[in-house]
Design a protein around this ligand. Structure first.
Ligand SMILES: C[S@@+](CC[C@H](N)C(=O)[O-])C[C@H]1O[C@@H](n2cnc3c(N)ncnc32)[C@H](O)[C@@H]1O
Length: 241
């Protein structure tokens, strides 16, 4: 980076822009399959949401007042589509930065005739801040987030105290933040962060993990984890204040 552009970024940081410099993902430019590209073209006009729409009105988006479940980092979207299909009385919003994942999810949703699902292709942290009204969500889902195995990368893990705080403001009181991971060290990290975060109650009877609820389908990453002999940890924290 040239000295002058470095100075410009430093100035922008001082001015309060680029506040969040550490991201939880590295954007992979994976190629779209023909099917994914065709599904984006066909379904995006009805199922796509964009950051520049600003703060959403869910009733306008879905045409009803049903409870809204938001999933961060849905990958290829298989389990998200399955949940949306199994729960037509709920509305689902998925956020993913990986375009082929968005295409795959739309293709699956279209094939399954799912209509209660909308997607963003964008950084979830920005969408939560700019597009999701406070106190509006019944459930937030974060399944198998990138574990960032190396200690020096732990700061990239999306579950941090500040993140927990921003999620809490989006949940309604009594709403639940549901996490799952197949990486034990990340499960411990989630438990530590969420136990410290104010305004949440752990729904676990043993004050740590919960059994996988039936409504969470097995994801691709989880199946892979099973094959590798990993355990899986589910955590559910309820907003109390
Ligand atoms: C390990 S994958 C798990 C995908 C899926 N939940 C599953 O279980 O199969 C994590 C996903 O989170 C996405 N991701 C990471 N940080 C994100 C962010 N800030 N906003 C949106 N998506 C994000 C990545 O692109 C990736 O697809």
């Amino acid at each position: 980076m040239s000295e002058s552009s470095k100075l410009t970024i430093e100035q922008a940081e001082q001015d309060g822009k680029y506040m969040r410099r550490i991201r939880s993902f590295v954007k992979r430019e994976g190629r779209l399959t023909k099917g994914q590209a065709a599904s984006i073209e066909k379904c995006w006009p009805t199922m796509g949401l964009t950051h520049d729409m600003g703060m959403l009105n869910f009733e306008d988006v879905f045409g009803n007042n049903n409870d809204v479940v938001l999933e961060i980092g849905f990958g290829m979207g298989k389990s998200l589509v399955e949940m949306a299909k199994n729960n037509p009385h709920l509305n689902y919003i998925g956020i993913e930065v990986h375009k082929p994942g968005v295409g795959a999810c739309l293709m699956d949703a279209d094939a399954q005739g799912v209509t209660n699902l909308r997607l963003f292709e964008h950084d979830a942290v920005e969408i939560l801040a700019d597009c999701i009204p406070d106190g509006s969500l019944a459930t937030l889902q974060l399944f198998f987030p990138d574990p960032w195995h190396k200690k020096r990368h732990h700061k990239r893990r999306i579950v941090q105290l500040e993140f927990a705080e921003s999620l809490r403001s989006k949940l309604r009181i009594g709403g639940v933040f549901h996490m799952a991971t197949d990486w034990e060290n990340y499960a411990e990290h989630m438990l530590e962060v969420m136990s410290q975060a104010p305004g949440y109650e752990n729904t676990s009877e043993t004050n740590d993990y919960v059994p996988r609820p039936d409504h969470r389908p097995l994801t691709k990453f989880e199946q892979r984890g099973h094959r590798l002999g990993h355990g899986v940890w589910d955590l559910m924290f309820k907003r109390t204040a």
